[in-house]
Write a protein that binds this ligand. Structure first.
Ligand code: SAM
Length: 275
C-alpha cells in the first residue's frame, strides 16, 4: 500500500483508529455545502485526520473545534492548519472528553465529520442522548449505518438508532461515496448523512423516557409480537398489553419492528394513564 506523505514525516494509517482519509478538496467542499453550515456557525469536527475537512470548515464557518485522538497526527494538523486561526485543535478521545464543557464556548453548534466507522454506534448514542445544543449532525458513515438512521418501520435496519435519530433530527442520506474516494479504501461503501435538529419532535410524547422504553421493548426480541415484548419488558399481564395495543389501534400480532414513532408515542401516552 502506498504511504501518503502528510507534512514532514511519513504517516502510517492506523486501521484500528478507522483512518480512511478523504483527499479530494472538491469533495470536502461538497460535504460542507451539503451540511448547510455557514459563516455564522460553530462546528465540532470529530477526527480531523490530515485536516482536509477542517480547512474547508475553517474557511466557511465562524469557529471550528476539531478533536483528534492520534497524537502522531497533531504535528501534521498543526502545519495543515497554521493559517486557520478559527480552529481549536483538541487532542483526545471523543468518547472520553467532557464534550459539554469543551463545546460550551461555541454556543449552539453543528457537527460535521468523516468519522471512524468503529465509533458510529457509540458516538451516535452519545450525541442523541446528550442535551448539548447541537443544531445539526452531518456525518460520513458506513452506508449500512446511514441506512439504519433513515430506516422506516418494517425496513431492514429499523431500530433504536432510527427512532432516536428521527425523533430529534430529520436524517437524510445526501450522498453515496464509493470506497475508492478514501485512502486507504475501506472494505465498505460510505454515505454522507445530514440531520438537521427538529424544532420539536414529530410526535406528541407525554413521557420521553417511557417513549424510548417502549421503543426499546419493540426491538428487544425482533421476532416476537409487540404484545409479548410489552409483557416481557414491562412485566404486565397479557390482558393489560392487549388493552394498551387496542387503545392505540395497533393490530393483534403486530411485530414491534413494524411500529412507527406515532405508534410508540400513542402506546407510551396510553401507558401513562391507568387502564
Ligand atoms: N477527517 C479526515 C478525513 O476526512 O480525511 C479523517 C477521517 S478518518 C475516517 C477518522 C479520524 O478519526 C482519524 O483521524 C482517526 O485518528 C480519528 N479518530 C479515531 N478514533 C477517534 C476517537 N475516539 N476520538 C477522536 N478521533 C478519533
Amino acid at each position: 500500500m502506498k504511504r501518503p506523505q502528510h507534512g514532514k514525516g511519513e504517516f502510517h494509517h492506523k486501521r484500528s483508529l478507522g483512518q480512511n482519509f478523504l483527499t479530494d478538496d472538491a469533495l470536502f467542499e461538497q460535504l460542507v455545502d451539503l451540511s448547510g453550515v455557514g459563516k455564522e456557525d460553530a462546528v465540532l469536527e470529530i477526527g480531523p485526520g490530515a485536516g482536509g475537512m477542517t480547512k474547508a470548515l475553517s474557511a466557511r464557518c465562524r469557529q471550528v473545534v476539531a478533536i483528534e485522538v492520534d497524537e502522531t497526527l497533531l504535528p501534521i494538523l498543526r502545519v495543515a492548519l497554521e493559517r486557520c486561526g478559527n480552529v481549536r485543535l483538541v487532542h483526545g478521545d471523543v468518547l472520553r472528553l467532557n464534550l459539554p464543557e469543551l463545546t460550551a464556548p461555541l454556543g449552539p453548534f453543528h457537527i460535521v465529520a468523516n468519522i471512524p466507522y468503529y465509533l458510529t454506534t457509540e458516538l451516535m448514542t452519545l450525541l442523541l442522548t446528550s442535551d448539548m445544543p447541537i443544531q445539526s449532525i452531518s456525518l460520513m458513515v458506513q452506508k449500512e449505518a446511514a441506512q439504519r438512521m433513515v430506516a422506516r418501520p418494517g425496513e431492514e435496519g429499523y431500530g433504536m438508532l432510527a427512532v432516536r435519530a428521527q425523533y430529534f433530527y430529520a436524517p437524510q442520506i445526501m450522498l453515496d461515496v464509493p470506497a475508492c474516494m478514501f485512502t486507504p479504501p475501506p472494505k465498505v461503501d460510505s454515505a454522507f448523512v445530514v440531520m438537521p435538529r427538529r424544532e420539536r419532535p414529530p410526535v406528541e410524547v407525554q413521557d420521553e423516557a417511557l417513549f424510548f422504553r417502549v421503543a426499546a421493548a419493540a426491538f428487544a426480541m425482533r421476532r416476537k409480537t409487540m404484545e409479548n415484548n410489552l409483557i416481557a419488558s414491562f412485566r404486565v399481564s397479557r390482558e393489560e398489553a392487549k388493552q394498551w395495543l387496542s387503545l392505540c389501534d395497533i393490530p393483534d400480532g403486530a411485530r414491534g419492528e413494524t411500529l412507527s414513532l406515532q405508534d410508540f408515542a400513542a402506546l407510551s401516552n396510553a401507558m401513562t394513564k391507568p387502564l
